[in-house]
Structure formats: C-alpha cells, structure tokens
Design a protein around this ligand. Sequence first.
Ligand code: FA5
Length: 342
Amino acid sequence: MTHSLENIIKNLDKDINSLSVSELRKKYLSKNGILPSLFTDIKNIPSSERKEYGQEVNSIKQRVENALSNNTQRDTDTSVVEKIDPTAPFDLNTSQQKKPRILDMKGSSHVLMQEIGSILEIFQKMGFDILESRQIDDDFHMFESLNFPKGHPARDMYDTFWTDDGLVLPAHTSTMQNRALRKFGPPPIRVVLPGRCFRHEATDASHEHTFYQIEGIYVDRDISVANMLATIKEYLQEYLGKELDIKMQPAFFPFTEPDIEFIISCPFCDKKGCSTCGYIGWIELMGCGMIHPNVLTSGGIDPKKYTGFAWGVGIDRLTAIRRGIGDIRKLREGDIKFLNQF
Ligand code: FA5
C-alpha cells in the first residue's frame, strides 16, 4: 500500500475541517492523490481482506465527495480558484493574500453615538434620568403641548415633514417635554432626552436636514435662571474640557420664558470667521429658557408651586467642536476613511 489506510482514516476528519475545497480535492481526488492510489492498491490486498478494504476506501471517497459538495470548506487557496463570479462582493474572485479591508474592521459605534454616550454619562452622574425621543410624533407633542396654538406663526420655524396621516418628523427633542413631565412628575424632575431631529433645511457646514439633539429638563421648587446657567456651564466644561468664550443672547421659543440662546466662540477660527461658523466667529450651540407655565400645566405640573428650565443642544455641532470636524455633513456621508478616525 502506498498509503497506510489507518493513517488516512485518522487524518480524514482533520483534513475535511481544515483544508480548502481545492486543497481537499487535490489531496484526495487528483491524479496523484490519495484515493486513486488506494484504488490502485486494491490488487495487492490479499483476497480475504479485499472486500473490507474496498468498503473503507469507498467510505473515504464518499466522505470527501460529500464534504466537497456540501461546500463545507472555505476556499482560501486562491491560486486554484476555478470559477469567477463577477457579482460576488468584496473581490472574492481575486487574490485573498490581502484581506479586503472590510473584513479587517471591527464593528464600532458611530462617532455621534460615542458623543451621545459621553454626554449622557455626564448627566447620569449629575442625577438625571434618560428617555429617548420619538422619531415620529403628533401635532399635540410637536406644537400644542409646547404652547404653539393652532395658526401661530411660530409654528413655521419648526414646520418639517408631515405624513399623509398628519404625523410629523420632530424638528426638535422638545416634543418629549410633555411626556417627560408626566412620566417623571411630580417634581423633582431631572431628565435628559436624546433623539433624532429633522428639518426642512438648506444644508451647510453647520446645518443638516437630520441631526441629533439632547433635550434637558429640570423642574423643582424655586428653580431659577441661575440654576440653569450653572447646570449648563458645568456640563459644557465637563464635556468640552476646554475654555471657550460663552455668550447668551435673547431668543424666542413659545415654550420658555425667558428664552435664551447659548453661543460659544468658534474653536476653528478663534472668532476670526470661517465656513463652520458662517464667518461670524460664534456658533449657536443650544436654545434654553425657563419652562413656560402653560407647558408645565399641560404636563400636569402646577406652575404656582414649581418652576423649571429646559434646553436643547445640537449634538452634531458639539461633536464637530470636540472632534475638530469642520463640516457636520461629513458625519453622515458614510465615508469609511473619515469614520475610522474615531
Ligand atoms: C430648538 O430646537 C429648541 N427646541 C431648543 C430649546 C429646548 C429651547 C428647550 C428652549 C428650551 P433651535 O432651533 O435653536 O432650538 O435648535 C437647538 C440647537 O439644535 C441649535 O443650537 C443647534 O445646535 C442644533 N440645530 C438646530 N438646527 C440644526 C441643523 N439644521 N443642523 C444641525 N444642528 C442644528
């Protein structure tokens, strides 16, 4: 016998599990392979043992053929790839010496999700609850509960995308204020509400049609603007870990009174003006204010007993600032080279 039958049977399982299709075929079925040589040897086997020998050899052949037809082997030996499938993804037909990059990559969270994670962690440490906002909502939560009566011109600022059934893609996370007041009330209420927002927007380096915000709400007895500024400043310092000039300017939101816009100096141009800040040297980061009594009432909270503040910060802009990204549109382009940096 050219090959010891015993050894071959012993190694068969290992070969089936470790060799590629072409390697297995070559080792067992090719002209100079094991099986043709075993069949040739039949004539040298004593006749009393021939039947048993023949059955063993046939059984080996059967197992090799089954393994090949079940395609249990991964063909990594590309030098002998016989067929080409032009529709196969990731260059399966070409040399695999260099693995396609996509196979080298480990799954990872998008930089926006990383940033949302770090922000939520800060607020959790500060004692806030978390509730995610909805990605489709109704007129009551988008407008009515936030003190935008029907026909009020302020609705135009947040008029986004409507479904035929009268539902709306939320333009801001303030849509969750009413739900949060009801869910976490009676006060004290401390909650942050992260979520995706949609706007009918002419996009530029700091404006996207789809972006993330984190809303915050704090309601208790004797809460004032001073508490609001201290909370926001504490959070921004912890998150950005660097000194930036901060400005506040009056704004208008029907759901707060007074209404404030929180603005920081542009970290990309140091107030000289660039495409990120629209050549004004400052970036508007969030809107905030003391929650309007009508909004508290609509959320089941007595405004004579309790006061509170709310804010809504844009996560894409914050991410751009912290990670040094000059254009927030890059965050959604799906450019792997760009995303791999984070
Ligand atoms: C609001 O959305 C208010 N709901 C914020 C608020 C909440 C005020 C609670 C008072 C109380 P504004 O439209 O200014 O406000 O947006 C808030 C932040 O979201 C902006 O400062 C900005 O950081 C981000 N943002 C707004 N529009 C865009 C956009 N198109 N692309 C990226 N970020 C945006």
